[in-house]
Design a protein around this ligand. Structure first.
Ligand SMILES: Nc1ncnc2c1ncn2[C@@H]1O[C@H](COP(=O)(O)OP(=O)(O)OP(=O)(O)O)[C@@H](O)[C@H]1O
Ligand SMILES: [Mg+2]
Length: 290
């Protein structure tokens, strides 16, 4: 069974003409999905996070770690234009997605959010049935297929979220009737139903017990075959277990005494946790602050 093709919606994110391969790029090089340079994001006159320069590879898991208030969630929401929904939110610098400026005037933020899905810290199913929670994800993407095509799509999304076997006999029950870990997998199913390319996850396991957490981590490793995943986590073991690369953010006080988050180090995960380049990273991962 495959997810039926959704009705075509106008896509206003246009990939730029691919650059010709160059001799020094290995054939199996990972394609960059996001490229941020001199990127900053904030609210009103406040800059929550700045000096972000990083490239995120396709079908990789990238962890974002760092103390509270360093702008991790702000940055994550900026990557799919979710911050646009917050009054006063703004960005500066460049954030490109497959080479296209995410904030260019002709980019449609709704289409950005379809292609770049999000899962939040607290499982937030809608007060609808399990089936309708997932079907909603497809409908907002303009899905107009038949009932049986929708049934297939719901099954596929729940299967991808490793929840199908637990709910297949009770799809009409409320999403709230599920356990916390199941609700989070339902939210993951809802996020994958529109067939996105990227999943942004903001502390997706912080409300879950260790077993449910491991379940989501296994699921992430499975989902990585199809999606690029960026996860904010306070659980360093989790970052070490699941991610290919890790970005560490910290706070810096500017000359006016404002606290702004910034990217300290972005390295392959194993390297960041075993031989970090920066002293601040070492202090954080060894528990000396934060
Ligand atoms: N909607 C908002 N309006 C105004 N300021 C905000 C808003 N959301 C976050 N901030 C501020 O931006 C800064 C960064 O917040 P953010 O939530 O991005 O941090 P975080 O690194 O995700 O923290 P945590 O680890 O606690 O989740 C904080 O000073 C916060 O108060
Ligand atoms: Mg946060």
């Amino acid at each position: 069974m495959t997810i039926p093709a959704t009705e075509e919606v106008p896509i206003t994110i246009r990939p730029q003409t691919a650059s010709p391969p160059t001799a020094d790029v290995p054939a199996d090089a990972v394609e960059d999905v996001f490229e941020l340079s001199g990127f900053a994001a904030g609210y009103g006159s406040f800059r929550a996070v700045k000096d972000v320069n990083l490239r995120i590879g396709e079908k990789r898991i990238t962890s974002i770690i760092g103390p509270s208030g360093t702008g991790k969630s702000t940055l994550l929401r900026a990557l799919n234009r979710m911050n646009d929904l917050i009054e006063g939110a703004h960005v500066t610098g460049r954030a490109s997605y497959h080479g296209v400026d995410l904030y260019a005037p002709d980019v449609d933020p709704v289409e950005v959010r379809r292609r770049i899905g999000m899962v939040f810290q607290k499982p937030n199913p809608f007060s609808k049935s399990i089936y309708d929670n997932v079907a909603w994800g497809a409908k907002i993407n303009g899905f107009r297929g038949s009932k049986s095509e929708m049934d297939d799509l719901v099954q596929e999304a729940l299967t991808r979220a490793a929840l199908w076997d637990e709910v297949k006999g009770k799809l009409g029950d409320s999403g709230y009737s599920l356990s916390g870990g199941q609700q989070q997998r339902l939210c993951i199913a809802r996020a994958v139903a529109p067939n996105p390319e990227v999943l942004l996850m903001d502390e997706p396991c912080s409300a879950l017990d260790p077993i449910a957490t491991l379940r989501i981590e296994e699921l992430m490793l499975e989902l990585k075959k199809s999606y690029t995943i960026i996860i904010v986590t306070h659980n360093m073991q989790q970052a070490a277990r699941v991610s290919d690369k890790t970005a560490f953010f910290n706070i810096r006080l500017d000359s006016k005494g404002h606290r702004t988050g910034y990217l300290v180090e972005f390295s392959p995960t194993e390297q960041l946790f075993t031989s970090p380049k920066e002293k601040d990273t070492e202090d954080y991962i060894t528990g000396r602050f934060g």
